[in-house]
Write a protein that binds this ligand. Structure first.
Ligand code: UD1
Length: 415
């Protein structure tokens, strides 16, 4: 198991390119299950989660070819089961449920179970599929779903779940009749998936708003599609510039998808300017700012831990409230080991800025928590060792290579 060793205190300078969005690539690759034609995807990030979804799909008979883009073909499916050992490493595996029922009339998917950031149930996925006519049962930790023919339904989601919306939208593309998803997730990744499906011949309207209409078709064809930039990776590198007092130019990011992030980072003292197709980021001082995570277009929960690292060095007190997941403050204890002053009060963390953080050995607990520890390490005095780097590899492509290109002293070594 590797660790990252960071010698902190160097302002980052230079230019960096953002990779394709993990959370867009995952459902889009899975959506290949809905057609027997070849699909080609460009800008697919090289991440552990992408490798996991490929293994899961290969298990079902899906073929992959790597070239200029990632080519995917699901014409010869040989199974309908997603086993526990794959699903437990990545909850997004649940995305195969809707497409498998729609294409094969049958799916058997391991229940994801709990995870480091809370209970994260999938009841809304199952309720929606049941409304579309799927018979669902739970047996020995597996969800078994069957439907000879899914039918369109009027679905209201109690919570605008992201993968839930995606699962139901994918299933509805091959259902009989019209499906309406109300209180749908509005994330750009949901919209990207809808755009990809429409290019395959689906009829989806309203993706990106809270009501999505899907007219089911008899079949879909293949397409080519470019994965949108990763707004969370872009936000993380903006904070890397800010927390080290550096100046970074970010290429290949989409500020339109990042309004809440950019607004909060500007409130926190970062200068963020769009210059042509690039974004210039600089910080001279860090202002303590409150933030509450919310579904899109609100401030994303996937940026909460990184924002907290920045607030550790703020000029006052910041209250960070987590409204999406319970138990998503696993990074707090580790940040405190680096000298941060943070108190948890229910779903809020009260962060009092300190004049400096000090390097320490720290343990990554989930993907975004790990990113916050790397950010803290970049700003800290002395050496920080971040253990359990495999969490970072799930969602950040070559993080140490990208940071080194900006002048960071960071190395991956066997732990
Ligand atoms: C997705 C993202 C993840 C991000 C999260 C919230 C992917 C692959 N993952 O995860 O990075 O942190 O959105 O933006 O896109 N809930 C229920 N019942 C359900 C489904 C969800 O109660 O059936 C609750 C969850 O417990 C949570 C909230 O809804 O409190 C939001 O979860 P959800 O949007 O489903 O997260 P994911 O889709 O798993």
């Amino acid at each position: 198991m590797d660790k990252l060793v960071i010698k902190g205190g160097k302002p980052l300078r230079g230019e960096i390119a953002i990779s394709g969005a993990k959370n867009a690539a995952l459902p889009i690759i899975v959506a290949s299950l809905l057609t027997s034609d070849w699909n080609t995807y460009y800008n697919v990030p090289k991440l552990r989660d992408i490798f996991t979804i490929k293994r899961l799909l290969e298990n079902l008979g899906v073929e992959f070819e790597e070239g200029d883009g990632l080519r995917v073909n699901a014409s010869r499916l040989k199974g309908y089961m997603a086993p526990y050992d794959l699903v437990r490493t990545m909850r997004a595996s649940i995305l195969v449920l809707g497409p498998l029922i729609a294409r094969l009339g049958r799916a058997k998917v391991s229940l994801p179970g709990g995870c480091a950031i809370g209970a994260r149930p999938i009841d809304l996925h199952l309720k929606g599929l049941a409304q579309m006519g799927a018979k669902i049962s739970l047996d020995q930790g597996y969800i078994e779903a069957r439907a000879n023919c899914l039918k369109g339904a009027d679905i209201y989601l109690d919570i605008p779940t992201v993968t839930g919306t995606e699962n139901l939208m994918m299933a509805a593309t091959l259902a009989k009749g019209i499906t309406v998803i109300k209180n749908a997730a509005r994330e750009p990744e949901v919209e990207a998936l809808a755009n990809m499906l429409n290019r395959c011949g689906a009829k989806i309207e309203g993706a990106g708003t809270d009501t999505i209409f899907i007219e089911g078709k008899n079949g879909l064809s293949g397409t080519e599609f470019r994965i949108i930039p990763d707004r969370i990776e872009a936000g993380t590198y903006m904070i890397a510039a800010g927390i080290t007092g550096g100046e970074v130019i970010i290429k290949d990011c989409c500020l339109n998808h990042m309004q809440a992030i950019v607004d909060k980072l500007r409130d926190a003292g970062l200068i963020i300017e769009e210059r042509g197709r690039k974004v210039f980021v600089k910080a001279t001082s860090i202002h303590s700012t409150d933030v509450t995570t919310l579904p899109y277009p609100g401030f994303p929960t996937d940026m909460q831990a990184q924002f907290m690292a920045l607030m550790c060095l703020g000029d006052g007190v910041s209250v960070i409230t987590e409204r999406i997941f319970e138990n998503r403050f696993m990074h707090v204890l580790e940040l405190k080991r680096m000298g941060a002053d943070i108190k948890i009060d229910g779903s809020s963390a009260v962060v009092r800025g300190v004049s400096c953080l000090k390097g320490a050995p720290v343990m990554a607990s989930d993907l975004r928590a790990s990113a916050s520890l790397v950010l803290a390490g970049l700003a800290a005095r002395g050496v920080t060792e971040v253990y359990r780097v495999y969490h970072l590899d799930r969602g950040y492509e070559k993080i140490e290579v990208k940071l080194r290109a900006l002048g960071a002293e960071i190395e991956r070594v066997p732990a």
